[in-house]
Design a protein around this ligand. Structure first.
Ligand code: ADP
Ligand code: MG
Length: 296
């Protein structure tokens, strides 16, 4: 199980690193095996930062991230169980090598003793598991394959490892609509194998498609989280409502968006953190200028 507690990330910026940008502020949530959790928010809300911290690619500034009780530690042992896939599948492949080199690298690092014939069989099985025809993808260079095929190759590679958690950061945003649904269906299958998936997206409609639970991120903080049906069926936070009413605008920055009207969190007598409005359904202060906490 993946556990984030009060996770904060400040990036140092500026020529001498004297300034900081607070990208993630006090974020806590879990992903349990066999569950897809979608992490939704506008561009710049801190989603990828959270994904990268979970993958050990950035250190946390404060707070803790643990997987099965142990702190994240980038390295072979961790990546055997936790893998990430990102928006641009081409960037995960070296263009001068054939795409299936990613499998050879997994073998070298994790399964050096598996005989070549058995390994070839395992690769073929994992390719079929992601609905790729081995004959059509093996031996090809990345530029000879489509984005959807490359994304599936990366999922197949993850399946060759004994992964328990997949962090999928905007993995369908460069795919066309029908390929997108295929990849989403694939993720849905992964959860039936007991994998946990953190599905990061700015696209609300894709988030609802898959996820048992949804975490809505706003400016680095959790605005609302809970069972997907409840968060979308009965959104408590004005920001979630705005997201729902403006789905086509989600790719835009929200700095100019209309201000939200009430502070539900404080209306309900909250004093900080998240209020549990219904079992498992949490909501934060809407961060209005008028909000007495002064949170932004
Ligand atoms: P999202 O994935 O939701 O679009 P990000 O996590 O990429 O959001 O970014 C969150 C905030 O952190 C943004 O303000 C972004 O500009 C900033 N940020 C992201 N990566 C870096 C970095 N390496 N250095 C400095 N600031 C960064
Ligand atoms: Mg991102």
């Amino acid at each position: 199980m993946l556990t984030l507690r009060e996770v904060t990330k400040e990036y140092k910026v500026g020529a001498f690193g004297g300034k900081t940008v607070a990208a993630v502020k006090g974020v806590s949530f879990d992903v349990v095996p066999g569950e897809v959790v979608s992490l939704i928010g506008e561009s710049g809300s801190g989603k990828s930062t959270i994904g990268r911290m979970i993958l050990g690619l950035h250190p946390v500034t404060s707070g803790t991230i643990t997987f099965d009780g142990r702190p994240v530690r980038a390295g072979k042992d961790y990546y055997r169980h936790v893998q990430g896939i990102f928006q641009d599948p081409f960037s995960s492949f070296n263009p001068v090598f054939k795409a299936d080199r990613v499998f050879a690298m997994i073998k070298e690092a994790y399964y050096p003793d598996v005989p070549a014939a058995e390994w070839a069989e395992r690769v073929e099985t994992s390719l079929r598991d992601v609905r790729l025809n081995p004959a059509q993808v093996l031996g090809k260079y990345p530029h000879q394959l489509s984005g959807g095929q490359l994304q599936r190759l990366l999922i197949a590679r993850a399946l060759l490892l004994d992964i328990k958690l997949l962090v999928a950061d905007e993995i369908t945003s460069m795919l066309d609509a029908s390929t997108r649904i295929d990849v989403l269906n694939l993720l849905a299958e992964l959860k039936t194998r007991g994998l946990g998936v953190l599905y990061i997206t700015h696209d609300l409609s894709l988030g609802t498609y898959l996820a048992e639970r949804t975490v809505v991120l706003r400016r680095g903080r959790v605005a609302e989280m809970g069972p997907t049906d409840e968060v979308f069926g009965d959104p408590l936070h004005p920001y979630t409502r705005e997201l729902l009413s403006a789905v086509p605008r989600l790719h835009e920055s929200w700095d100019d968006a209309a201000p939200v009207e009430s502070c539900l969190y404080h209306d309900k007598g909250g004093t900080g953190g998240l209020l549990e409005a219904a079992p498992g359904h949490f909501v934060a202060c809407s961060a209005l200028p008028s909000c007495p906490s002064g949170e932004v």
